[in-house]
Design a protein around this ligand. Structure first.
Ligand code: ZN
Length: 283
């Protein structure tokens, strides 16, 4: 939890962004959450009625604070999606809660921000198609499940095959990566798939989960990417979209370390890559 405010502090301190580039989200409404989550689950989660077993599965004890935080987090992904549609590119300093299912939370994810943003975009803006690029080291199982019968949302997940969740869902495209893969091999996987996905699916928006848990030093990852490897990955994905005139919104996804300063810095890699593209393309 402590990593979230630190990411923004680092971005401002290192002049990756300036104050006037920072937008604050609003609390997402229950109505928008209802585009993805069941009424029963929302009422239980929002009012603190989930039982001990359900809370254990999420990794969080229920509190009023966690409800607020999660609702702002979904609001942040929605805001990033809207800004990206208007300006080409926008990045949240949170988001990527891809293990949340319609009727329950799981793996540190209580509300599925990517799914709510994709559904709300399709429902509200006349935009038709969303590509979810999920490069967090864990499979985006909740998102895959939610959109399994929805042709307007394409889910792509490249993840460590042996990692959580044990039982995988079917994304539209799943790439299972072996333990210990390093920058070069990982990058070739990303390069193999991103261009054809963009060219054949032609999304109106890309939602990019730039989880940093494929990093070699991550406590829950099983891959061996370096800081440079993550930077090149993020730069590549963002450039591929922007170069084709396709708006892209990024979320930070997972990242696990006891050293919060180091972790927050690692999460800021995607924003650094985005700033480079922003300047390069004169957005
Ligand atoms: Zn993860």
């Amino acid at each position: 939890m402590r990593k979230f405010p630190k990411i923004l502090q680092i971005l401002l301190k290192d002049n990756v962004i300036s104050d006037n580039q920072v937008w604050a989200p609003t609390l997402v409404s229950e109505k928008l959450l209802g585009l993805v989550h069941t009424e029963d689950y929302l009422s239980k989660f929002i009012n603190g009625k989930t039982d001990e077993k359900e809370q254990k599965r999420t990794g969080f004890l229920w509190s009023q604070g966690i409800v607020q935080r999660c609702r702002y987090e979904v609001g942040g992904t929605l805001l990033a999606a809207e800004l990206a549609l208007n300006r080409g590119l926008a990045c949240s300093t949170a988001g990527g809660t891809h293990h949340a299912f319609p009727s329950y939370g799981s793996g540190f994810c209580l509300l599925n921000d990517l799914a709510v943003a994709a559904r709300s975009l399709i429902a509200g803006s006349g935009k038709k198609k969303v590509l979810i690029v999920d490069l967090d080291v864990h499979q985006g199982d909740g998102t895959a499940y939610i959109f399994k019968n929805e042709p307007n949302v394409f889910t792509f997940s490249a993840h460590s095959g042996k990692n959580f969740p044990l039982r995988k869902e079917n994304s539209d495209l799943d790439i299972s990566i072996e333990d210990g893969v390093e920058d070069k091999e990982y990058h070739s996987i990303v390069q193999t798939h991103i261009p054809w996905l963009l060219d054949t699916f032609r999304p109106d928006l890309v939602l990019y989960d730039a989880g940093v848990d494929p990093h070699w030093d991550d406590e829950l990852g099983r891959l061996r990417l370096t800081d440079q490897g993550l930077y090149h990955r993020d730069l590549y994905v963002i450039k591929m979209a922007i170069g084709r005139g396709i708006p892209i919104a990024t979320v930070i996804g997972g990242g696990y370390s006891r050293d919060i300063d180091k972790l927050a810095l690692r999460h800021s890699i995607v924003h650094r890559a985005a700033t480079k593209v922003w300047n390069e393309y004169g957005l």
